[in-house]
Design a protein around this ligand. Structure first.
Ligand code: 5GP
Ligand code: ZN
Length: 137
C-alpha cells in the first residue's frame, strides 16, 4: 500500500469508513460526497493508480463484486437501477489516483448522471480509429 494514498489507508482500515463489504482483496465503502443515497465505492486493498495498472486477477473480481453489491443495494435501498462509473485519469474526472469503481443507486427521479451529447463520426474516421486501435492490441 501507498502511505500517502487516502484510499489505501481507507481500504486497509487505517482510516475508518462506512464499510458495506470487505474481503481479502477489496473494501466497499460509502462515498463521502454521494451522488445519490447509498453511492458506494469498490476499492482494492493494494494500490493501483487506474484500470491500466490494475492486476488482471483482481480486475476479474471487480464485476462479480459490483454485481453482488448492486443486487444487495437494490434490495436494501429500493433503487430502481444503478450506474457503475470508473474514471481513469484527471481528464476523465478521476480525483483520487487509486483505482475505484463507483456504484451509484438510481431511484428514477434524478436526471441522468452519465450522459453526453451524441456527436457524428464519418465512415473514414471510424475506419482510421479501428485501424489505429487494432494495431495496438
Ligand atoms: P473520482 O472522481 O476519483 O472517480 O471519485 C472519487 C470519489 O471519492 C468522489 O466521489 C469523492 O466523493 C470520494 N471521496 C474522496 N475522498 C473520500 C474519503 O475520504 N472518503 C470517502 N468515503 N469518499 C471519498
Ligand atoms: Zn492507494
Amino acid at each position: 500500500m501507498k502511505e500517502d494514498c487516502i484510499f489505501c489507508r481507507i481500504a486497509n482500515g487505517q482510516i475508518p469508513s462506512a464499510t458495506l463489504y470487505e474481503d481479502e482483496n477489496f473494501r466497499v465503502i460509502l462515498d463521502l460526497g454521494p451522488a445519490s443515497r447509498g453511492h458506494a465505492l469498490i476499492l482494492p486493498k493494494e494500490h493501483y493508480q487506474n484500470l491500466l495498472e490494475l492486476d488482471d486477477t483482481l480486475a476479474a473480481g471487480v464485476i462479480p463484486l459490483a454485481k453482488k453489491m448492486g443486487a444487495a443495494m437494490s434490495k436494501a435501498l429500493g433503487c430502481a437501477g444503478f450506474n457503475l462509473v470508473q474514471n481513469n485519469g484527471e481528464a476523465a474526472g478521476q480525483t483520487v489516483p487509486h483505482f475505484h469503481v463507483h456504484i451509484i443507486p438510481r431511484y428514477g427521479e434524478e436526471p441522468r448522471i452519465v450522459t453526453w451529447n451524441p456527436g457524428k463520426a464519418s465512415q473514414d474516421e471510424m475506419d482510421q480509429i479501428v485501424e489505429a486501435v487494432r494495431a495496438e492490441l
